[in-house]
Design a protein around this ligand. Structure first.
Ligand code: TRP
Length: 457
């Protein structure tokens, strides 16, 4: 007899848990800066198309694999076809590489939260504050990103060790709606800044001359990251989903949540960057620091801005914390399943690993900036390597496994198991069998060719 797997009590519980994993720094910090970097409206358009087609297909596949096999990602692929067993460990590697640098950003958020709470928020609005912070050139212990990063990791480790993740999750279920409301307020305010309309146009109107392979690769990587796809996470969630629940409808709802919050974050940040740029979207300064550079400026302009800034960073902190805890939890259970180690020892080992790996990313803009990997700082490199290299490869192999080896019917059967209709079955099949694999191969080859200077798009 196999042990009975616990499951979510109902569909809303499932959707909220999966959306809780999906919504995090990916939506609030990463999406706006990529949209700014890859041409605004065109990035948004490509992103939305990918979410509705490829994202939908992949999410439904992963959740269905989990529910069908009732296994976590490490074993689930192998249970479908033993030749694909390696895909489990490969997909598991992704959260392991993400969590150290995720905690670096978590540390930045915590620093901003504490400064705003202490009433020093306005000091962060200066032009070069953020760059001197991350390049470790500002004087003073509190202006060094390392202690923030270390404390952030220790908070995660303590929560995972004490097993109080559920408590944190409950707090964040209550904080999330507040975050959305506050983001709407900040967006409306941002749009009243002089010059913001240019920014709104940049964000919403696609400029097709800016479309390139990198835009598509960037949008696709962001889609995987933001929805926690192509790394086995949704397989694990699916393994806890009840058979009676409607899979297709759940996927739609998770996608609406996740994409809605990302779009809102873009609306809050991009028009204001352009406003502070003197109303010009040309040469919009992009990069991982976008949110940290621009939002304090917005708060400095607002009446009551210090208070709003404090509230905002507290909410983002909780959004980040729930994601980093579940990333760390994933990491711990991968190690435990594989090596049968004790929980406390595993958590200590994982914490040390995260501290060491994360330090590279944390100091990569400062003392370690002389080291570049493929021309990138550590944080940018780990982000690029997971999102733009590993995730597309895992996605491609999943498409081959489902589209060519076991057949799309396996997924369709799972979706329609208790009599639900699979409304977008044709779309799903065409994407899984033809469009996604071809697109992925073209994009991966294009990116490699670009890297070696063979093409310049
Ligand atoms: N999707 C999360 C975000 O947008 C990040 C993330 C990636 C994640 N993989 C995860 C969160 C696994 C929890 C578990 O920030």
């Amino acid at each position: 007899m196999t042990e009975k797997r616990s499951s979510f009590s109902n569909r809303i519980g499932f959707v909220l848990a999966a959306a809780g994993s999906a919504v995090g720094l990916g939506n609030i910090w990463r999406f706006p800066y990529l949209a700014a970097k890859y041409g605004g409206g065109i990035f948004l358009l490509v992103y939305l198309i990918l979410v509705l087609t490829f994202g939908f297909t992949l999410m439904i596949t992963e959740i269905a694999i989990g529910r069908k096999t009732r296994l976590s990602c490490v074993e689930a692929y192998g249970a479908l076809d033993s030749r694909f067993r390696f895909l489990g460990p490969l997909a598991s590697l992704i959260p392991i590489l993400i969590v150290p640098y995720y905690c670096v950003i978590g540390g930045w958020v915590m620093k901003y939260m504490v400064e705003f709470i202490a009433g020093n928020g306005l000091a962060l609005a200066g032009d070069s504050y953020f760059s001197s912070f991350i390049s470790v050139t500002a004087s003073g212990f509190g202006n060094n990103p390392m202690p923030w990063f270390v404390v952030y990791i220790l908070i995660n480790a303590v929560i995972v060790l004490a097993g109080v993740n559920k408590g944190i999750e409950n707090i964040s279920k209550f904080m999330m709606p507040l975050l959305v409301i506050l983001s709407v307020v900040i967006s409306i305010y941002s749009l009243t800044l002089p010059g913001a309309m240019e920014g709104l146009k940049f964000y919403l109107l696609p400029d097709f001359s800016k479309l390139s392979i990198s835009t598509i690769l960037g949008a696709m990587g962001q889609m995987f990251y933001s929805m926690s796809l192509a790394m086995g996470i949704m397989i694990t969630y699916g393994s806890y989903m009840k058979d009676e629940d409607n899979l297709e409808a759940s996927v739609t709802q998770i996608q609406i949540f996740d994409t809605g919050i990302a779009m809102l974050a873009g609306l809050m940040i991009i028009p204001s960057v352009v406003a502070f740029n003197g109303g010009s979207a040309e040469g919009i300064s992009a990069g991982p620091g976008l949110m940290f550079g621009v939002l304090p400026k917005v708060f400095a302009e607002m009446s009551g801005g210090s208070l709003i800034g404090a509230a905002f960073f507290i909410l983002v902190f909780f959004a980040a914390l729930t994601s980093s805890i579940s990333l760390m939890e994933t990491f711990v259970s991968i190690i435990q399943d594989r090596f049968h180690t004790g929980r406390t020892a595993t958590i200590i080992g994982v914490t040390v690993f995260m501290l060491l790996m994360g330090t590279l990313s944390c100091l990569g803009y400062g003392p370690l900036s002389f080291i570049k990997l493929l021309g990138m700082e550590f944080l940018d490199f780990f982000d690029f390597f997971t999102n733009s290299v590993l995730m597309p490869i895992v996605a491609l192999l999943s498409c081959i496994l489902i589209g060519r080896v076991v057949g799309t019917q396996v997924i369709a059967d799972e979706v329609t198991k208790v009599g639900y209709q699979f409304k977008r079955q044709r779309l799903f099949e065409v994407i899984m069998r033809y469009i996604a694999p071809v697109l992925l191969v073209i994009i991966l080859l294009g990116e490699i060719a670009k890297y070696f200077g063979l093409i310049s798009i």
